[in-house]
Write a protein that binds this ligand. Structure first.
Ligand SMILES: [Zn+2]
Length: 63
C-alpha cells in the first residue's frame, strides 16, 4: 500500500483574509487517488485551513 504526504505552498485566495495569501498545502493520497485525494489549504497569515478535493489547478477559477 502506498500512502504518502507531500508538502507544498501556493498562493491562494483566503476566505478570511479576503486576499491572496501563501497557503500551505498538505496533500494526502492513498491507493484510490482518483477519488480519495484530499488537500488541506492552510493560510500562513491567519492559519485558516480548508479542505478541498484535488482539483486540476486550471479549474479553480471556474469553481
Ligand atoms: Zn488567511
Amino acid at each position: 500500500m502506498i500512502y504518502y504526504v507531500k508538502q507544498m505552498q501556493e498562493n491562494r485566495f483566503c476566505d478570511r483574509c479576503m486576499q491572496k495569501t501563501l497557503h500551505e498545502i498538505t496533500e494526502t493520497e492513498d491507493t484510490i487517488y482518483t477519488y480519495k485525494r484530499k488537500r488541506i489549504y492552510k493560510c500562513t497569515q491567519c492559519e485558516y485551513s480548508s479542505y478541498k478535493r484535488g482539483l486540476r489547478p486550471s479549474a479553480e477559477s471556474v469553481y
